[in-house]
Design a protein around this ligand. Structure first.
Ligand SMILES: [Zn+2]
Length: 386
């Protein structure tokens, strides 16, 4: 299956690369950080804020949108882009991770996963087929397949094997359902190498916990199915950095080069750099906005907490190198005051800064790969940040 992904530059010293992923809402420059719009919004931010900080693609959650407002409701309202007034791309996760982490009484059968809503306890069934239908109703640009994610820090290999086998069987069914739902993908390559994309794309999810042999097997299986790209799921759940790096490498070494790879739920700058080095192109995480609401600010020199008394008379911006709305307009003293007074504006202003910090970091990563200095950029970044 043709993937509307163009690799622009490859780093000669690592597996890092820059590229363009085309969707029905334009293109996404990779490596990319995708802010998380769980409930059709990135907490405390408007879609205008997100455009202003350079967000290209948002991640939204099928599980949450299915339960509220309901994917049928979203379809009636013209889809998620129109609903939340977002003109860029949207990727939806399959809901698998939320079913395993949020809902009660989940039961996995061959057919799918039966679970109770975390809102009202009502019963629901997700199958590989109906999740594709829900994503179609949402109207997102990139759809992902239902998977079995073991939500454990240190899973037994037997459990990881079982989850992987189920994920593989469901992936075959999801790919078939995608073909039924989107028989014409309308992907054409123009003379200048760009793509025109008329429909939603499909990404498969690679599981296998922290076992490199299972990861390799999962990657090879997914590579044999018709998809436009790949998600790496079931990591960043408390494993060591070494386990994560090994698992990622076992995946990227066994995938076709010309399709994008997305690490689900990873968003600290150092982890992103490690994964970019190993050939990952896309990232998302709630972490930068979650910590922003607790007063945590990311800068080139590491993290700081704006609530600290030392900022009460500090007239500098959060980060002298940052071009975001918050840094261009407000002092640390003002933001410290807003936080200490419990003012909600502080959540918005710090979220704007933290997301801009990550989108700017990705811009710098792309520039470093393009001018052949990724390795030295990474070392210098980590030296200052830690
Ligand atoms: Zn800023």
């Amino acid at each position: 299956m043709i993937s509307p992904f163009r690799i622009l530059t490859k780093d000669p010293q690592s597996k890092a690369r820059t590229g363009l992923l085309y969707t029905k809402h334009g293109f996404v420059q990779t490596p990319v950080f995708m802010p998380v719009a769980t409930q059709a919004t990135v907490k405390a931010l408007t879609s205008q804020d997100l455009s202003d900080v350079g967000a290209q693609c948002l991640l939204s959650n099928t599980y949450h949108l299915y339960l509220r407002p309901g994917t049928k409701t979203l379809k009636k309202l013209g889809g998620l882009h129109k609903f939340m007034r977002w003109g860029g791309s949207i990727l939806t996760d399959s809901g698998g991770f939320q079913v395993y982490s949020l809902s009660q009484l989940r039961k996995i059968t061959e057919e799918g996963v039966l679970f109770r809503s975390h809102h009202d306890g009502s019963k629901h069934l997700f199958t590989p087929e109906n999740v594709i239908e829900f994503e179609n109703e949402i109207g997102s640009d990139i759809w992902t397949m239902l998977d079995v994610c073991i939500h454990a820090k240190d899973p037994a290999k037997r459990d990881a094997r079982e989850a992987l086998e189920q994920t593989k069987r469901w992936a075959v069914r999801a790919a078939a359902q995608y073909q039924k739902t989107v028989p014409q993908q309308n992907i054409t390559q123009n003379e200048d190498g760009s793509f025109a994309v008329g429909n939603s794309l499909l990404f498969g999810i690679i599981q296998g916990a922290v076992f490199p042999d299972l990861r390799k097997e999962a990657a090879l299986h997914m590579a044999s199915l018709p998809t436009h790209g790949y998600c790496i799921g079931g990591l960043s759940l408390g494993e060591t950095m070494e386990q994560m790096n090994e698992s990622v490498l076992a995946v990227t070494e066994n995938l076709p080069e010309g399709k994008p790879r997305y690490f689900m739920g990873l968003g600290t700058p150092v982890e992103i750099l490690n994964c970019v080095e190993r050939g990952v192109d896309m990232f998302d995480c709630v972490w930068p906005t979650r910590v922003a609401r607790n007063g945590m600010v990311m800068t080139d020199e590491g993290r700081m907490n704006i609530k600290n008394a030392c900022f009460r008379l500090d007239e500098r911006p959060l980060d002298e190198n940052c071009d975001c709305f918050t840094c261009r307009n407000y002092s640390r003293a003002y933001l410290c005051h807003l936080f200490r007074s419990g003012e909600l504006t502080s959540h918005r202003l710090l979220s704007i800064h933290n997301i801009r910090f990550l989108t700017r970091t990705m811009e710098r990563i792309r520039a470093a790969i393009e001018n052949g200095s990724f390795k030295s950029f990474k070392e210098e970044f980590i030296r200052k940040y830690q």
